[in-house]
Design a protein around this ligand. Structure first.
Ligand SMILES: Cc1cc2nc3c(=O)[nH]c(=O)nc-3n(C[C@H](O)[C@H](O)[C@H](O)COP(=O)(O)OP(=O)(O)OC[C@H]3O[C@@H](n4cnc5c(N)ncnc54)[C@H](O)[C@@H]3O)c2cc1C
Ligand code: FES
Ligand code: FES
Length: 1306
């Protein structure tokens, strides 16, 4: 595909299946019918290179670069802190660039649509939207107004050059102004204007018209220019697919290994692009893209009488939400219809609308209906092999027609439907008697199905409640869904069948203008309607007091742009796999276990070695030293303990050949009994048990008025860093030296593992990490295993090895956040005081220990969250199962234990009948206190955050408004929740806090800073440069950071636990202070001199201009034998209030507003820290509301890409998102009184979880379901819907099976 054809590093590869947008490029083509140049965004990973002939492709390099001119999109994205790890950034730039080429002043709706196919795992999207808002008319007009207070100037480094940015005291005061375009963290006055005349023009030589034939080794690609030629080709090659968008065929080829010897590419044929308005409807050419179809319908609908456009409007509704803009721009109407996936959204609507397909072949033309029989692929209703679709006729609707479309997906944008539907009813004129009816559903099986029999039975009936009742029963009887249906969610999907029907019933009733009896009509539509406009009111109010006497050039405490921000945006930032080809390099692909637990009987390499280009196969036998660790093998030997474990590796001259070799490997297994879940406790094998206890638990329960017991499950989480694991190993050819370039959070661990595996000294292994495209804890332990796999192959072959995981491999092999199961027994008084809690948390560690012991320790140590529970016992266990080994993940156990605690706190509230916030307040730590493990804790700032959050969010008045809304609305409900947080920073071991730095000053005065921390997107280097700048008293532009390497800083600790900047900052500070001290005599002698003069003088006096800095680390001393000690250096406090709205019929929810107050103390870089808080919060929202990992009953992971695993996208963040840093707070033990803020915000995502809980509680109360209930995490659409129990969920349950089936998933 195009993504790989040219090695331009700016176009990133994040998934290969069109789901992440990292590979977005802009395609420009000449459209012969309209004689216009079309520009559209496209996923280059799905673009066959041959399809681009006669197109102009613009990559991010073509938009702008630091060497030529940085485009305003790139400049603004960098200045507004829109990139963190930067791996998604070029894709974000390209989506916006394509939009601006078509719409120089786009609306927010257009911007949202343009970004809905781009995923970002770091930023939480707010700064990106903020940036792009500046391109709207609105944004431009408000550019200046918010910056009323401009007090200070400072300098900010943009790729080495100095750009002046003025800086207010970060007070953005115009909160009431709607559509405010920025957060106060960047200054729009500095933005370069957009100048369309400077954009590339379409090369006229590409407007050519001749048949093209490309012949490759295995495939021929033919691109005809007229219909006759196309039909002849189709007659000659009836099995050849017609490739238009390649979004369906491309996936089949990639996923299922389907091979086509011939492709026909019909996009240049004018007949297939026709658009015409006839007397009865619209004719649309089959090669028109879905984006074009949307634009055509948007133009046509307002021009026609409303009664004629009901089908068009239903189509538009689906078109606005299906897929992402890149896919909508590529996918064609014809391809959509012919590939007819069961969840494709247009087909049910086109079918109920009686659309007609115009077919042509060499033998002539004919028309066939697009109906259920066509969609089922019946031979007599389908295309013949030699036929093609030329165009699609979509009729106008009639006066007595009612047409609706429904879809519900796991994410609000860029996600295929779980179930969709097209529904149509035609009434006898001026009556409510059904004359004709048609309902189709997608998502219930392999094809789109019709409720044909049910509809026929209803003809002649009146549109009333009896009819609805019968219709529901008929539909549930007719549309069968086996309890073990692929995709699971069976009850939910069946509920959607009738929920959609009910929505349709109500919509038609409205249409018929009928009186309604029995069914309250409020809240009929989905809470969002079909649209989603992100960022209608993003504001941040932050206030940080930079000392007024602080010199202007001192950058500490100011919102300095990310050191690599501009390079992220221009695509010049180099990640591991962007390192240019090394002479003689080989590519490695791994063979992984297909069994959860089995003996390896034989490994047959013979067929793989025959594949052209395959050089060798590497197994455990080839490891000269230690094969991983005692805990985790690099190459499986004798036995496999999970699906996805690496068994062996194929190395070849190209990545494709290595993969072909993997396909040919044969491994024979003998199955052993696996353990897969932690539900059946008796079956479990535990890795470890950790316990702490305070007070007297028995006495505590005795003094309680009431005791409740319960359980909760919290699902795991996939890291989904945008850059998959990657390593490049280069043997140096002498003394067994080896360079290892690796995307990791822990280079020292990689070095140690590789040295042990090769049986050489660590001093021979040089690890380098320039930057990492996101990690979140997922690149702490696993990269060392990947490095060993590659290093052993390099050692065996004597050649460099490149090993980059595909997204599905990365998701399969690397594990994620630990799934959690908790049991509680809690005693409390009637006035809400918790007297005792007996807590038993379990985590699913998977097949090896990895970091699980530490994770369960943190679960136990952090379970109290913000509450003083006088009598508390916590016994936590890490359980061993045959799932891929779980590992560290941002928050490290606290996101699970904290949610668990807040769940039983919520249950206590329900049981006592007291408001949730009261229970929280009553039991919250206050003033100076002791944790359950006897660490001193000053909770003053916890209470301050809570109060400030209450106030800033206007909690009580909004709670009243929510209650009022809920009284008025039956089918949608709002919920609000406020959650406090105590987050302990760092590790519970002193040695994990040590850090070192190496600072050189060169004779020209420039400074090179190195330290042990790794840039993961968290801006650590930016902060280090700020520190060096302050300590050496030189401008930021003098200070440079190159790479993290085991050569410069040995034995560095892992960059994790929120303390990377703290401890490395201390080391950098130490080194700089040593240097400054050495320079002092020289400076004192010549105080008026320049920095350069002092450095020259120092050199002349033989003063060393290089220094190492060291920080021993924060002292901690947790003792697990006594269950007491100082476990953590310090705490971060915070609180968040979130409000949501749920759709009771579908489980959809909308995040309305979130206010976060965080005690970040004195932030070294508020822009970076705010970015961390927002990004972590959105990751938490993903964890608690949408990200779900599914396994088969055999332990095979189903969720292996962005198609099945949904992380939050641009529409999933709160419409209003406000972050406040607690003013006047200081942390004396940390550098410049800062606090590590990288992880804490994630837990606050659970405020959304509890807001949904609040909304569900309101639904249940209204339906007469009083009493406590439990909600498990993630609170997905399915769980929300099923918790909103009503007649429909009851109908589905009545029809339940007897449990005699093999479930689809665990
Ligand atoms: C990441 C991603 C997300 C998606 N999300 C959604 C979603 O949310 N909702 C949704 O509805 N769909 C979704 N889709 C599916 C998408 O709508 C279809 O893949 C697309 O419409 C197929 O069109 P295409 O032009 O790419 O087909 P191609 O892959 O080019 O071709 C598909 C098939 O159609 C045949 N064909 C094409 N044109 C003709 C013709 N004129 N005559 C005869 N045969 C023809 C080809 O021979 C081939 O067999 C998604 C796809 C991807 C990759
Ligand atoms: S790499 Fe192309 S969309 Fe993800
Ligand atoms: S900055 Fe978007 S994925 Fe890292």
């Amino acid at each position: 595909t195009a993504a790989f054809a040219v090695r331009l590093s700016g176009t990133k590869y994040g998934c290969g299946i069109g789901g992440c947008g990292a590979c977005t490029v802009m395609i420009s083509t000449y459209e012969p019918t309209s004689k216009k140049i079309m520009h559209y965004p496209a996923n280059s990973c799905l673009l066959p290179i041959c399809s681009l002939h006669s197109s102009a492709v613009t990559t991010v390099e073509g938009v702008g670069s630091t060497k030529t001119r940085v485009h305003p999109i790139q400049e603004r994205l960098a200045k507004c802190h829109g990139s963190q790890c930067g791996f998604c950034t070029p894709g974000m730039v390209m989506s916006m660039y394509a939009l601006l080429r078509n719409h120089p002043e786009p609306s927010m709706e257009q911007i949202t649509a343009a970004l809905d196919g781009n995923l970002c795992r770091c930023t939480g999207y707010r700064p990106i939207i903020d940036t792009y808002k500046s391109f709207t008319g609105v944004g431009r007009k408000t550019n200046r107004s918010p910056f009323s207070k401009v007090s200070t100037n400072f300098e900010c480094s943009v790729s080495g050059s100095l750009t002046k940015i003025r800086f207010s005291e970060l007070l953005c005061s115009h909160l009431s102004t709607k559509n405010l375009m920025h957060s106060g963290l960047c200054n729009p006055e500095e933005f370069q204007p957009v100048d369309p005349t400077q954009e590339f023009i379409f090369p006229p030589e590409l407007m050519q018209k001749r048949t093209l034939v490309f012949r490759g080794e295995r495939t021929t690609w033919i691109s005809p220019t007229n219909l006759r030629e196309l039909l002849e080709l189709k007659a000659m090659y009836p099995k050849a697919p017609l490739i238009v968008g390649n979004t369906s065929v491309g996936l089949e080829m990639k996923r299922d290994g389907v091979h086509h010897p011939v492709f026909i590419h019909p996009t240049r044929i004018p007949d297939l692009h026709v658009v015409s308005n006839t007397n009865n409807g619209l004719v649309i050419g089959a090669a028109c893209s879905l984006a074009q179809l949307r634009d055509i319908l948007m133009k046509v609908v307002p021009e026609l009488p409303e009664e004629k456009t009901k089908i068009f409007r239903a189509l538009l509704q689906q078109l606005k939400t299906l897929a992402g803009e890149q896919i909508r721009s590529l996918a064609s109407l014809g391809g959509h219809i012919v590939s007819r996936g069961s969840t494709w959204d247009l087909n049910p609507v086109l079918a109920v609308g009686n659309s007609v397909l115009s077919l042509a072949s060499k033998d002539g033309t004919r028309q066939i209906p697009l109906n259920d029989q066509f969609l089922a692929g019946y031979e007599n209703a389908d295309l013949k092999p030699k036929e093609i679709i030329v165009s699609v006729f979509i009729p106008y609707s009639k006066k007595d027609d009612f047409v609706s479309a429904f879809r519900q997906a796991e994410r609000r944008r860029n996600a295929v439907s779980v179930v969709n539907s097209g529904m149509r009813v035609l009434f006898k004129p001026n009556t409510d008697i059904i004359m004709d009816m048609n309902i189709l559903y997608g998502g219930t099986g392999p094809i789109t199905v019709s409720a044909r029999k049910s509809c026929q039975r209803l003809i002649g009936r009146q549109w009333n409640e009896q009819m609805l009742d019968e219709a529901c029963k008929l539909v549930l009887g007719e549309i069968s869904l086996s309890p073990s249906a692929p995709g699971g969610k069976v009850e939910y999907r069946r509920t959607l069948l009738v929920s959609f029907l009910f929505k349709f019933y109500l919509e038609v009733l409205y249409g018929l203008n009928k009186m309604v009896s029995g069914f309250p009509l409020n809240g009929l539509r989905s809470p969002t309607g079909p649209h989603c406009i992100a960022a209608t009111g993003y504001h941040i109010l932050i206030k940080q007091d930079v000392d007024p006497v602080q010199p202007p050039q001192d950058p500490v405490g100011r919102p300095i742009m990310h050191q690599s921000g501009v390079k992220h945006a221009t695509g010049e930032a180099v990640y591991c796999n962007d390192i240019r080809a090394v002479d003689e390099e080989l590519f490695l692909a791994v063979v992984t276990s297909s069994r959860a637990h089995a003996k390896i009987v034989t490994i047959d390499v013979s067929e793989a070695l025959k594949v052209p280009g395959v050089v060798d196969v590497v197994t455990a036998e080839d490891v000269p030293g230690k094969n991983g660790t005692d805990d985790e093998q690099a190459y499986a030997k004798d036995e496999v303990i999970c699906v996805g474990q690496i068994v062996c590796a194929v190395v070849a001259e190209s990545a494709v050949q290595a993969k072909q070799g993997v396909e040919k490997m044969k491994i024979e297994y003998e199955d052993l009994e696996p353990i897969l879940t932690i539900e059946v406790i008796s079956q479990l094998s535990f890795f470890c048990l950790k316990k702490i206890e305070q007070g007297n638990i028995e006495e505590g329960f005795k003094s309680a008025d009431e005791i409740i017991e319960g359980e909760i499950h919290i699902g795991g989480q996939e890291h989904f860093y945008l850059e998959t694991n990657s390593v490049l190993v280069v043997p140096r050819g002498e003394d067994n030296e080896m360079d290892v370039h690796v995307s990791t959070q822990d280079a020292a661990r990689v070095q140690e593992f590789v040295a042990l595996a090769l049986d050489v000294q660590s001093s021979k292994i040089m690890c380098h990490t320039k930057r990492v495209g996101g990690a979140f804890g997922g690149k702490i332990t696993k990269p060392a295993i990947f490095a060993v796999v590659a290093a052993v192959a390099a050692n065996k072959t004597g050649r460099p090895i490149r090993f980059t995981l595909e997204r599905d491999e990365d998701m399969l092999i690397t594990g994620g956040r630990h799934p959690f199961f908790g049991k509680y027994k809690v005693g409390f008084t009637n006035d809400g005081r918790i007297t005792a809690a007996d807590i038993e948390p379990y985590i699913n560690a998977g097949c090896t220990l990895d970091d699980s012991e530490m994770v369960i320790e943190y679960v136990v140590l952090k379970t109290d969250n913000a509450y003083k529970i006088p009598n508390l016992r916590i016994r936590g266990r890490a359980c061993k199962t045959n799932l891929p080994s779980n590992t560290a993940f941002r928050g490290f156990g606290f996101p699970q234990s904290g949610l668990f605690t807040e769940s039983w706190i919520t249950t206590v509230a329900t049981q006592t009948g007291l408001p949730q916030e009261k229970i929280r307040e009553i039991n919250m730590y206050k003033e100076v206190n002791l944790t359950p493990f006897k660490e001193e804790l000053d909770a003053t700032n916890l209470v301050k955050c809570w109060k400030e959050c209450m106030e800033k969010s206007e909690y009580y008045s909004r709670k009243t408004a929510v209650e009022e809304f809920n009284k008025q609305n039956y089918w949608k409900k709002k919920g609000i929740a406020i959650i406090p947080m105590k987050f302990s920073v760092g590790f519970n071991a002193t040695q994990y806090h040590q850090a070192a730095a190496l600072v050189h000053i060169y004779t020209d005065g420039s400074v090179l800073v190195t330290h042990g921390g790794i840039e993961l997107g968290q801006g650590i280097h930016t902060k280090m440069l700020q520190i060096a700048s302050r300590e050496l008293k030189v401008p930021l532009s003098y200070v440079h950071f190159c790479e993290t390497s085991t050569i410069t800083v040995p034995n560095a600790i892992v960059t994790a636990g929120s303390i990377g900047s703290d401890v490395n900052g201390k080391a950098v500070q130490n080194a700089c202070q040593i240097l400054r001290k050495r320079l002092e005599p020289i400076i004192n002698k010549n105080p008026e001199g320049k920095w350069e003069d002092w450095i020259t003088e120092a050199y002349d006096q033989s003063v060393s201009l290089s220094a190492t800095g060291y920080f021993r680390g924060y002292m901690v001393n947790m003792n697990w034998d006594t269950g007491e000690g100082q476990a953590f250096p310090y705490f971060v406090f915070g609180a968040a209030c979130s409000e949501v709205e749920i759709d009771c019929l579908t489980g959809d929810h909308k995040n309305i507003r979130t206010d976060i107050v965080m005690d970040a103390c004195f932030s070294i870089n508020p822009a970076v820290d705010i970015g961390q808080i927002e990004g972590a919060f959105v990751q938490g929202v993903g964890l608690y509301t949408m990200e779900e990992i599914k396994f088969s009953p055999e332990g095979e992971q189903y969720t292996l890409g962005p198609d099945t695993y949904k992380i939050p996208a641009v529409c999933d963040i709160p419409e209003q998102f406000r972050v406040y840093l607690l003013p006047n707070s200081r942390n004396p033990i940390a550098i410049y009184s800062a606090k590590g803020i990288g992880e804490a915000g994630l837990f606050l995502g659970c405020s959304v979880f509890f807001a949904i809980w609040d909304a569900v509680a309101a639904v249940r109360k209204e339906r007469g379901l009083t009493g406590t209930f439990t909600l498990n995490s993630p609170l997905t659409i399915e769980r929300i819907r099923m918790a909103c129990a009503d007649n429909f969920t009851e109908m589905v349950r009545l029809d339940d099976h007897n449990g005699l089936f093999w479930p689809w998933n665990l």
